[in-house]
Design a protein around this ligand. Structure first.
Ligand code: SF4
Length: 375
C-alpha cells in the first residue's frame, strides 16, 4: 500500500493551482506522532507532503517514525527551506526528496507565488547534493504557463544529476480548487511528447516508466479515460492533517475513517472501506494524479515490478527509440478526440498580492465543494 501523509496545510508558497495556503491548519490541531505510530508497518511508498512539510518542527521525528514502516520514504516539499532537509538527508541518504519547481525563474515564481523561488530551490538542491542525497529531484506541475520549459527543466535536472517528476493540473479537495482547467489542451499535451522520447532514450530504467506515466498525463490533459483503472482506497490512502483517512485526495466523499479516533484494523477491515472501494471502481473522475497513477502502474503482487501492460509499452517504445525511430504517439493517443468544455479555468497569480488566510479549525467542515469533475 502507498500512503501520502499531509502533516500540515500551512504553506509558504502561494500557488495559482493549489489554494491550500489560503486555508492553513492550526499547528496544535495537526496530526501527532502518536497518531502516526498507529499506521501499519508494511507501507510501500510513504510520501510526506503538504501544505509544506518543512513547516512542521517535528519533521525529523516523523521521518524517524515512518522509515522503519516503509520501503520507500519520500518528502515532497517546495524546497524553500532546504536547510531543514539537510540533516534528514545526512541521516537517511536514500530518502527520496522532491522539490516542486514549475519552470525557470519568472515562470516558477509567478506560478507558485514565490519570491526568488527558482534560485532558492536550485541552491537548496545543491545543498542536498553536498549532504550526500542519493534520490533527489524536482517535480513540475505541467500546465499552459510552463509546458514550453519542460525540456529545459529536464535538461537542468540531468546537468546537476537529479531526477525529474511530472504531474499536471487537477481539481481536488486537497487543493481547495475545482476550476483548474487547461487553456489549450492540445498544446500542453503535445508539449509532453518530446519529454517522453527523451526519457525513453535515457539509460535509467526509472525514466522509461516515467515515460508511461507521462503518456497517462497526455490522455488526462486531452480528457480521455485513464490508462489503468484507479486502485485508491485499496492500494493507496491519503491522510490529512486532522488524521482523516481518505481513499484519494480528489473526491471529498471517500472518507475511510479517522486514525486518531480509530485503530488501523477498524478502518481497513470495516464496512466503510468496502463501500468506498465499490465507489472507486466506478469513479468517473478522469484523474491521473501521480500518487494514484504510479500505484496503479505497479504489479499488485510484487510492487517493485510494473503491470504487464505498462511493461510491454515501455519495452516496445524503448526498442523504437534505441533503433533511432520516433514513437508513434498517434497509435496511442487520439488527438482528434479532445474533450472540450466551456470552462476556461481560473488560475490567478499571487506573487505580488497579499491575501488574507483563513484558518480551518478541526471542528469546522473542511472541504466545502459541491460536485466537480476532472475531465
Ligand atoms: S479516479 Fe476517482 S477514486 Fe481514483 S484518484 Fe481519481 S477521483 Fe479518486
Amino acid at each position: 500500500m502507498d500512503l501520502t501523509i499531509i502533516p500540515t496545510y500551512r504553506c509558504n508558497s502561494k500557488c495559482s493551482m493549489c489554494h491550500v495556503w489560503q486555508h492553513p491548519t492550526l499547528p496544535r490541531e495537526e496530526i501527532t506522532l502518536d497518531t502516526l505510530e498507529k499506521l501499519p508497518s508494511n507501507i510501500d511508498n510513504c510520501n510526506i507532503s503538504g501544505g509544506e512539510p518543512t513547516l512542521r518542527d517535528d519533521l525529523m521525528d516523523m521521518v524517524d517514525l515512518m522509515v522503519p514502516k516503509s520501503r520507500i520514504m519520500e518528502i515532497s516539499t517546495n524546497g524553500l527551506y532546504a536547510e531543514k532537509i539537510v540533516p534528514i538527508v545526512k541521516k537517511y541518504p536514500n530518502i527520496k526528496i522532491r522539490f516542486s519547481l514549475d519552470g525557470f525563474h519568472e515562470t516558477n515564481n509567478n506560478v507558485r507565488g514565490e519570491k526568488d523561488g527558482f534560485n532558492k530551490k536550485l541552491n537548496g538542491m545543491k545543498l542536498l547534493i553536498e549532504a550526500g542525497g542519493k534520490d533527489l529531484g524536482f517535480g513540475m506541475t505541467i500546465q499552459d504557463d510552463n509546458v514550453k520549459q519542460l525540456e529545459g527543466i529536464w535538461n537542468l535536472c540531468r546537468e546537476i544529476g537529479v531526477d525529474f517528476a511530472t504531474s499536471t493540473l487537477h481539481n481536488g479537495f486537497q487543493f481547495h480548487k475545482s476550476d483548474n482547467y487547461f487553456w489549450s489542451r492540445i498544446k500542453v499535451a503535445k508539449g509532453i511528447e518530446k519529454l517522453i522520447e527523451q526519457q525513453l532514450k535515457s539509460w535509467k530504467v526509472k525514466h522509461w516508466f516515467r515515460g508511461y506515466l507521462n503518456l497517462g498525463l497526455i490522455e488526462k490533459i486531452l480528457g480521455h479515460d485513464r490508462l489503468i483503472s484507479c486502485t485508491a482506497g485499496e492500494e493507496f490512502v491519503f491522510i490529512d492533517p486532522w488524521s482523516d483517512v481518505w481513499a484519494c485526495n480528489v473526491r471529498n466523499d471517500l472518507l475511510l475513517g479517522n486514525i486518531q479516533d480509530q485503530n488501523w484494523e477498524e478502518i481497513w477491515m470495516g464496512e466503510t472501506v468496502k463501500r468506498i472501494r465499490e465507489n472507486v471502481s466506478v469513479c468517473k473522475q478522469n484523474c491521473w494524479m501521480v500518487t494514484t497513477a504510479r500505484t496503479a502502474m505497479r504489479n499488485t503482487r510484487i510492487p517493485q515490478l510494473p503491470k504487464m501492460t505498462v511493461f510491454k509499452w515501455v519495452l516496445l517504445n524503448k526498442l523504437m527509440v534505441s533503433f533511432g525511430k520516433s514513437i508513434n504517439f498517434e497509435a496511442y493517443i487520439d488527438y482528434n478526440k479532445v474533450y472540450s468544455d466551456e470552462n476556461t479555468g481560473n488560475r490567478e497569480k499571487f506573487l505580488h498580492r497579499s491575501v488574507k488566510k483563513r484558518i480551518t479549525r478541526k471542528s469546522e467542515p473542511h472541504y466545502q465543494f459541491g460536485q466537480f469533475y476532472n475531465r
